[in-house]
Design a protein around this ligand. Structure first.
Ligand SMILES: [Zn+2]
Length: 328
């Protein structure tokens, strides 16, 4: 994972902004990232060397001849923000373990919150572009509820998801800030799968029935892997589906038995929830999928340096999401 070659090694946001001092530098850098020196016409896909124009290129394909810049067909198209601001946002969003709120991002970049919110969501949309993740060896599976209020984390999680999983101190702070009374979270079930020392997959699920959970596991985990779960009855079917299955009796307050535990996925839930409740304050069903993708992408690139992560996600900026789609 760590043998990614980066075009530009930086160690801090200061170095990043020093280097990307103007739009010209940013454009040249992004042309290198996106095209590796050979521009491709985004209108017709032609790889014939285009003509240089004042502001970019003109396709040299006779039937096309359209003008383009490196921003066409990317999340940067039709944005009035300089690439320098986008790049700084890319770095900030992917660098913070728990994520960053649009409020904070707006303050850090000196842009209004609405702009910051849009920017955050567009960047988030690119984070899901990763190819489907396949897990193997030892894989922990667990479901959780986002939002609502969740009770005792282990024993009551399915029967009484009525007490949010932030710490008492965090709740007190949120109350003091006047945030907590205004928050109304939809209660949403999420299934998480994580390979020990590997990647994580987290998906919103409509319910916790076997017919919902088992196909997701089969889609993302290789047969023959060892599945580690709690005592939830649905997981009892895993052996029939070609997996080894070890479970831990959370209802008996047993959480670790040798290598059998679900602590890795529980830790992921903890970071996710702290991020969602503490940083974002509110989430809706509509946006949860993007938040999940963001947290998974960040977790799955945890071994990369800031510079490697920045370039990896910049590569995915071709995935575009319009304002219309976003607010639909
Ligand atoms: Zn063309």
């Amino acid at each position: 994972m760590t043998n990614i070659k980066t075009l530009f090694k930086f160690k801090s946001v200061i170095e990043l902004l020093d280097y990307f001092k103007d739009e010209k530098t940013c454009i040249a850098f992004y042309e290198q990232i996106r095209w590796n020196g050979s521009p491709v016409c985004p209108h017709c896909g032609s790889t014939k060397t285009p003509y240089r124009t004042n502001r970019g290129f003109r396709c040299s394909e006779k039937l096309c001849t359209k003008k383009f810049t490196v921003k066409v067909g990317t999340i940067f198209e039709q944005s009035h923000l300089p690439l320098r601001t986008w790049f700084a946002a890319f770095y900030l969003i992917t660098a913070h373990k728990k994520g960053i709120s649009s409020l904070q991002l707006g303050r850090d970049l000196n842009i209004c919150q609405k702009t910051a919110w849009f920017l955050l969501h567009r960047i988030r949309e690119t984070l899901k572009a990763e190819s489907p993740v396949m897990l193997r060896n030892s894989v922990e599976v667990d479901e959780t509820y986002i939002g609502g209020v969740e009770g005792n984390k282990h024993a009551n999680k399915r029967t009484a998801p009525l007490y949010e999983s932030t710490t008492a101190k965090e709740r007190k702070d949120l109350k003091k800030e006047g945030v907590i009374d205004e928050i109304r979270w939809d209660k949403i079930a999420v299934l998480g799968l994580v390979e020990r020392d590997g990647k994580v997959v987290a998906k919103r699920i409509p319910d916790t029935k076997a017919a919902t959970i088992i196909p997701i596991i089969e889609k993302h985990v290789e047969k023959g892997s060892t599945m580690l779960t709690d005592e939830f009855y649905v997981y009892g079917q895993l052996e029939l589906k070609g997996y080894f299955h070890k479970s831990i009796q959370h209802n008996l307050k047993i959480y670790v038995q040798g290598q059998t535990h679900t602590n890795t996925i529980e830790n992921f839930w903890s970071v996710l929830k702290r991020g969602l409740y503490g940083v974002y304050h509110y989430t809706s069903k509509k946006h949860l999928d993007r938040y999940l993708d963001e947290f998974c992408a960040r977790y799955n690139s945890r071994d990369l340096t800031g510079a490697e992560r920045f370039e990896k996600f910049l590569h995915q900026a071709e995935n575009r999401l319009s304002w219309k789609e976003l607010v639909a």
